[in-house]
Design a binder for this molecule. Structure first.
Ligand code: FAD
Length: 551
């Protein structure tokens, strides 16, 4: 991919090794003065501990840009645009306070050409730069753009490592190669061993097992109390006015006067400490739980800080392991949490790089239905969807089970077009960057890659939501009813749309899914039903889809 002969790639994107990061020697002009080097810092590369920033260098100009190119490639949640711009501005102030030369191209800067490479052209000319460096983008689109641009320049262009991840971009591809299924568990165990995370001195996993997931599936009934929301508050009214004046389109609640996401490393570290102290001990028990009016329960809210690189995954994993070693948090909770970061986060990145370009267009199940209107308003009578979509629009956040087993589950069962679902997820969440969002949405949640990432579709009927949450109790629909209306306490309530859609999904895709041994139980249940039952379920599913905008 990095074929351009004048692009040197330091560290071959092997993230493990700060020591193999190339030290670039300044070019010297005929006067003996070092010619300027531009170092580009992207909006998700706000890591003050990166070796680039160890000490100011007079010949280096650090460049940050707010770009329409980035605000407009997908429709973003207002808080995502605000959060990234505000964190970039904070980072710029930090760099300047450390004595670095910084050129910050603001969104309303008259010289801003609103394209990454058009701005680079202008800045190279302005500074007479003889070298441009960037940290390897995590997104294929940007990587391509910079690589192509770099290949056309007459001077050196150098891509450096971000010094962030545990693994190299191509590590999954190297490990799994042509295998049909890429098992996260296999990848994760290798990383536990390699990085000596939660390992006993005898080389066995701590506690004698790798995975404590079966302990981590409790519903939450109000105890222990959910810890207070530890996020800081910022007033971004002025920045919001600038964003609006620039004409940037967004959706969701901007909360500009009471913005709740961290802007820098110090605030991110405070969030991490609060999570470890108050939420981590219960993270495992209630990892899959959901509750009305609760946006995070015992989840960490750290994804924005991690994905913008204000926090390093190593320090998060270390803090969690230390909590176990000191007796503060149980092993099941700590292993469950570490699995998300050392396991899933690194793994989905590997899947992304192995399958780009093309992965964002996958649609193995041939799903085509447009998104219902309430994905943009939260205005639905399904209580679980109202909570999950509603809080996504309000807070730019939903926790994993809401994303996977409520919103994603509905999208899968209803046959929504994966590309549209992908764009919605990519826009709505504060932490959404394509390298992590696309494999989660298209692979894990929509099975659109045909099972590369998930061994079976994450499909569930209302009974799952009823077991893991209190949503069904207050819902307008009857969770126990598949077709028509409920009886007894549910008399007069229509059947929950999830139920008929669930069975219809497996009937529709029987040819592809029946051979999957992990779905044997589902198909045994379907086989026990009569053809008339099948027809009734299919008719109910069609009726649900016909009025999807008003469900
Ligand atoms: P916690 O539950 O506290 O987990 C701790 C950390 O583990 C997270 O901050 C995150 O960095 C990491 N993590 C957890 N699960 C995953 C996962 N499946 N893949 C990668 N990292 C994980 N995560 C994103 O960071 N960006 C996304 O755009 C994104 N889109 C998703 C879309 C769908 C359909 C699904 C099912 C999941 C998605 N995830 C995404 C993964 C996960 O839902 C979020 O990382 C998590 O909800 C963020 O909240 P938290 O920080 O409170 O996480």
């Amino acid at each position: 991919m990095l074929s351009a002969k004048n692009i040197a790639f330091s560290a071959t994107i092997a993230s493990d090794a700060a020591e193999i990061f190339t030290q670039v020697m300044p070019n010297f002009s005929p006067t003996g003065q070092a010619a300027p080097t531009l170092r580009l810092v992207l909006g998700d590369q706000l890591n003050p501990l990166h070796s680039w920033f160890a000490q100011p260098q007079p010949h280096v100009v650090l460049v940050l840009m707010e770009l329409r190119q980035e605000t407009d490639y997908v429709l973003h949640h207002a808080q995502k645009v605000l959060g990234i711009f505000a964190a970039m501005r904070d980072f710029c102030a930090h760099l300047k306070s450390q004595g670095h030369r910084v050129r910050y191209v603001a969104i309303d800067d008259a010289s801003n050409r609103q394209s990454l490479t058009a701005n680079l052209d202008a800045l190279v000319a302005h500074y007479g730069a003889q070298c441009v460096q960037w940290q390897a983008p995590d997104e294929w689109r940007l990587d391509q753009q910079l690589t192509t641009w770099g290949g056309q320049q007459p001077f050196a262009c150098i891509a450096a490592d971000t010094e962030h991840f545990f693994t190299a971009r191509d590590e999954c591809a190297c490990l799994f190669g042509p295998r049909k299924q890429w098992l996260m568990e296999h990848f994760y165990r290798g990383l536990r061993r390699r990085h000596n995370v939660l390992m006993s001195p005898d080389g066995e996993p701590e506690g004698g097992q790798w995975n404590f997931d079966h302990d981590n599936r409790k519903p939450w009934h109000g105890t222990p109390p959910e810890p207070a929301d530890p996020r800081p508050t910022h007033d971004h009214s002025a920045l919001w006015a600038t964003i609006q004046a620039a004409g940037i389109q967004t959706f969701g609640n901007p909360q500009a006067a009471a913005f709740r996401w961290p802007l820098n490393r110090a605030e991110s570290l405070a969030l991490l400490q609060a999570f470890v102290a108050h939420a981590l001990p219960h993270f495992g028990d209630f990892e899959d739980a959901m509750a009305t009016g609760r946006i995070r329960l015992f989840h960490s809210l750290l994804s924005f800080s991690l994905n913008t690189k204000m926090l390093n995954p190593r320090e998060v994993v270390q803090a969690a392991e230390a909590a176990y070693r000191s007796g503060h948090a149980p092993l099941a909770a700590v292993e469950g949490f570490i699995r998300q970061i050392l396991g899933w986060r690194e793994y989905v990145r590997g899947v992304y790089w192995a399958h780009m370009p093309g992965y964002t267009e996958v649609n193995a199940l041939g799903h085509r239905h447009p998104l219902p209107a309430w994905f943009w308003t939260g205005d639905t009578r399904m209580a679980c969807m109202k909570q999950a979509v509603g809080q996504s629009l309000e807070h730019a956040y939903a926790h994993h089970i809401q994303r996977l087993m409520v919103i994603g589950n509905f999208a899968l069962l209803a046959g929504l077009a994966p590309a549209e679902v992908h764009r919605w997820y990519l826009g709505v969440y504060i932490d959404a960057f394509e390298w992590v969002e696309a494999p989660n949405t298209l692979g894990m949640s929509q099975f659109a890659d045909g099972g590369r990432l998930a061994t079976k579709p994450y499909a569930a009927s209302a009974s799952y939501v009823g077991r893991m949450s209190d949503h069904c109790k207050g819902c307008a629909y009857s969770a126990k009813t598949r077709t028509g209306t409920g009886t007894g306490k549910d008399a007069g309530k229509e059947a929950c749309p999830f139920n008929a859609l669930y069975w219809d999904f497996f009937l529709r895709h029987a040819e592809r899914l029946r051979p999957n041994v992990r779905l044997a139980l589902v198909y045994r249940q379907l086989d026990k039903m009569s053809p008339a039952d099948h027809e009734a379920l299919q008719a109910q599913a069609q009726a649900n889809l016909a009025r999807i905008d008003t469900l």
